[in-house]
Design a binder for this molecule. Structure first.
Ligand code: 0A1
Ligand code: ZN
Length: 858
């Protein structure tokens, strides 16, 4: 058979502490784009008596020299394979010096040391350091790093690494050597180096204990002003973490570098974050309200990692959620405090329901602490990150804010400077609160989404309301047997004269609760989405509307509206009858639109029906055409019946000169929703044109373009052409154009995609460009992506195969929308399966792609 059958996954159960550790690292980089020389000196120490074999990880390296305690080794004294350097006769303590040659210019995978345009930068998480030098590339090996960077001073005026800059020395040939020392021992995944010619925006932050920290944002020339929002967001994050968790920053400087070529959002390297430029650069012309929101949240996320990730890190990569779940939870809390708490929560809930539930129901299902992994890069998932954050949130709910804080304090008191496990985290929470969390720990090892079914009844004589809960988790692709979980369930009972709120803890397969109440209440179950479960609690339209109008929790109100739409769609799909929007719903819309007041952003969310992906996730098999049709029927009816109401509401919301302030953001969101329905009729060209031309910011402009796209309005072509003219030199904005074009729901789009890749600004090497076109196509254009002829699937297949040799991480992310073929009806399932099988038959697939394809087809 092919090499493919030999690939071996690593298992959590096989974890062993390393035989050797590295306490100190000194690195000398002599930077040239095509030939960089690296000399690396390690102080090594045995951790196990009698250990003599040292196995270092290394990939795609050219090894030039090996010295042990100052003695040059001959090639007979060590062995080099594709993945390792092995030395058999290691003393218990030794200094090892290696020299390797690298070719950063040829590194298109964007892992290890690579070039972003002409700047050098690194990405080492998860296992990228082994592409820089042979090393014990695992997070439980923590060393003090000293880094010397030698480079031409004119081409690379900024030479940066972790920690504090300790020396700068001119060399005779126009080169300079800059030295950095990071006083905090760290795993190599947090190592970073950047060299380039940037503009730098600087600021300062004085910590709660009175230390001054220099804040430095390195960005492309001419872009310093565009980093101001990010700089201010960083200050807010620093202050928030002091106030909320008593956590202070620990180095003299905090550097952020914005690069155009990056596989993910950003990276928390100690003292030197590297960011995708999309999450740093922004102003009102070139970024939307959503972009600014995301920037603040990601700046916060990377900053919060300094404690949850860096000071206390992961013992092994199976524990990734230890840092990611916790840090996402912290960034969600931060966003909730900075912007709207309800809206940020709704956002998080949508992510879980749309993407995480789908992952758990598909071939890549895994617990938040995976038990086996072939390619670690495949486990930076919505399960590890976002479901991980939900699990932390449940602890917060169960222990209360004060109890949670005590647990955090104990966690840092016990583990600062260590590499630990998820179990250690839960133990700190447990011990600080004197609670037994043993049942709760199952959340870490069990994959799948619990189904929580609820039945209610009212006993008029006893004046008692009873709720019976049953929980069940279906088998997942990775795990057959499931057990009960501990579920915190927030409820509210709405009766005429009273509202009762309770936090219930459901832990049995079946469990009931009774409440004294004078009359039959309407029940809100799972307020604030207090546990990541699928809820089955049938309620009538009128009960749901009661919740929409009277529940205390905004998330519950929104959720009831979503439930109402889901129920209507389900009936339409079942009966094959056209979906009829009930008169009460139209009336509710009409009332809310008549005098738009209160939190308008919430109103906009409340009035937005669920997306195709969110609905699709609730079916097995997914009735693609029926769902698209039902959604279209909702759109048409809301547009037609409420035409005057949308217009009236739109006209009441007179825009003020742009500012990123919550009430303005909210008004823009509601205006966008009105425009979306106004465009639906295919008319209103004048109003749309006027809205586009008078906009003083990108949010409003994009609202017009999206409205035209959703309605396939004749203006779409003209306006997108204007937009392309205006922004063709500014790639971050142009990405929005690529995405709009790729998500137009007309047949031609599938033929347009190759033309988009011919655009002078498109590059297969740049993940942002590729995602702008193809992620938008696969995720925001269900009509064409799932077209019955299978062309949408074939297009994505070709792109994935083209990308795999260039950038396997990106290829593996793009293939995701194809993997869950078993969830579709026969015809589409067969097309998807064929597309996947052809891919798996290719020789030389990356581990990233191989792992996903083979799981999908097994
Ligand atoms: N730790 C980063 C995310 C990240 C992960 C992997 C990367 O390359 C493979 C890059 C970034 C975070 O959570 O922000
Ligand atoms: Zn993170």
């Amino acid at each position: 058979m092919t090499q493919n059958t030999l690939r071996q996954a690593k298992r959590l159960a096989d974890y062993q502490a390393p035989d050797f550790t590295i306490t100190d690292v000194e690195l000398w980089f002599e930077l040239e784009p095509a030939t960089t020389l690296l000399t690396a000196r390690y102080q090594l120490k045995s951790q196990r008596k009698g250990a003599t074999e040292l196995v270092l990880d290394g990939q795609q390296l050219e090894l030039l020299s090996v010295k042990l305690n100052g003695q040059q080794l001959t090639p007979a004294q060590y062995q080099v394979t594709d993945d390792h350097l092995r030395i058999d006769q290691m003393p218990a303590q030794a200094e090892l010096e290696l020299q390797v040659r690298l070719n950063p210019a040829a590194n298109t995978a964007l892992e290890g040391l690579y070039l972003s345009d002409s700047a050098f930068c690194t990405q080492c998480e998860a296992e990228g350091f082994r592409r820089i030098c042979y090393y014990l590339d695992r997070p439980d090996v923590m060393a003090r790093f000293t880094t010397h960077i030698i480079a031409n001073q004119q081409r690379y005026p900024a030479l940066l690494s972790n920690g504090n800059k300790v020396a700068e020395q001119q060399l005779p040939d126009g080169r300079v050597q800059v030295s950095w020392v990071d006083p905090f021992p760290k795993p190599c995944y947090l190592f970073a180096l950047v060299a380039g010619d940037f503009d730098c925006l600087t600021g300062q932050y004085v910590t709660q204990s009175g230390r001054t920290v220099s804040l430095e944002f390195y960005v492309d020339k001419g872009n310093a002003a565009r980093a101001e929002f990010a700089l201010e967001a960083l200050k807010r994050a620093m202050c928030w973490d002091e106030q909320t968790y008593g956590l202070e920053y620990d180095l003299d400087s905090y550097m952020v570098v914005a690069v155009d070529f990056f596989n993910m959002g950003a990276m928390e390297n100690k003292g030197l974050n590297v960011f995708n430029s999309k999450y740093v650069l922004a102003d009102q012309q070139s970024a939307t309200d959503t972009d600014l929101y995301n920037i603040e949240s990601i700046i916060g996320h990377e900053y919060f990692h300094n404690w949850t990730g860096n000071r206390v890190t992961c013992r092994d990569w199976f524990q990734l959620s230890l840092k990611e779940g916790l840090t996402v939870f912290r960034d969600q809390q931060f966003s909730a405090d900075m912007a709207s708490a309800t809206l940020s929560r709704i956002d998080a809930v949508k992510t879980i329901r749309t993407h995480q539930f789908a992952e758990d129901a598909g071939p890549m299902a895994h617990p938040i602490r995976p038990a086996q992994v072939l390619e670690m890069n495949n486990f930076y998932t919505v399960t590890v990150y976002d479901k991980g954050a939900e699990v932390i949130r449940m602890l917060h709910t169960l222990l209360g804010a004060a109890g949670f804080r005590q647990g955090m304090d104990l966690y840092f008191a016990r583990h600062d400077g260590q590499a630990v496990t998820c179990d250690d985290f839960v133990s700190a929470m447990q011990d600080a609160n004197g609670r037994d969390l043993s049942l709760f720990r199952r959340w870490y090892s069990q994959s799948g989404t619990p189904e929580l079914t609820v039945q209610s009844s009212f006993d008029a004589e006893q004046q008692q309301f009873k709720l019976v809960f049953s929980q069940h988790t279906a088998a997942t692709a990775d795990q057959q047997d499931k057990r009960n979980l501990l579920l915190p369930v927030r409820i509210e009972l709405l009766a005429k004269n009273e509202k009762q709120q309770h936090l219930l803890v459901v832990s049995e397969e079946q469990q009931s609760f009774s409440f004294a109440v004078a009359e039959p209440p309407v029940a809100v179950i799972l307020a604030d989405f207090s546990a990541p479960v699928r809820l089955h609690y049938p309620q009538s339209v009128s009960q749901l509307l009661t919740v929409v109008q009277h529940a205390s929790d905004g998330v519950a109100r929104w959720d009831a509206m979503q439930q109402l739409w889901s129920d209507l769609v389900r009936q339409a799909v079942r009966s094959s009858e056209p979906l009829q929007v009930p008169a009460e719903v139209v009336a509710l819309y009409r009332a809310l639109l008549a005098t738009p007041e209160g939190d308008l952003a919430f109103l906009a969310e409340l009035l937005t029906p669920p997306s195709f992906d969110l609905l699709a996730e609730q079916y097995q098999p997914v009735p693609v055409d029926a769902l698209l049709q039902a959604l279209q029927q909702i759109r048409r009816q809301l547009a037609d019946e409420l035409a005057a109401d949308w217009l009236n509401c739109y006209q009441q919301l007179i825009p003020a000169p742009y500012a990123y302030r919550q009430e303005q953001v909210a008004a823009r969101a509601l205006r966008a929703l009105c425009l979306d329905y106004l465009a639906q009729s295919g008319q209103q060209a004048e109003l749309l044109l006027q809205a586009y031309q008078s906009a003083d910011n990108l949010t409003d402009q994009l609202a017009v373009l999206k409205a035209c796209r959703n309605a396939t309005h004749p203006l779409f072509e003209t306006l997108t052409a204007q937009f392309e003219q205006r922004w063709r030199e500014d790639v971050l904005v142009l990405d929005k154009w690529f995405a709009l074009k790729a998500s137009l729901p007309t047949k031609d789009t599938v033929y347009l995609l190759p033309h988009l890749t011919q655009h002078p600004q498109f590059s297969w090497q740049n993940p942002n460009r590729v995602r702008a076109v193809y992620m938008a196509f696969a995720q925001q254009n269900p009509t064409i992506f799932h077209a019955a002829d299978g062309k949408g699937y074939q297009v994505l297949q070709q792109v994935v195969l083209k990308l795999d040799p260039i950038n396997p991480q990106l290829a593996a992310r793009l293939v995701t929308p194809l993997l869950s073929w078993r969830r579709f009806e026969t015809h589409r399932a067969a097309q998807l399966k064929a597309v996947l099988s052809q891919m798996l038959a290719q020789q030389g697939l990356s581990n990233d792609l191989y792992e996903k394809l083979s799981k999908s087809l097994s």
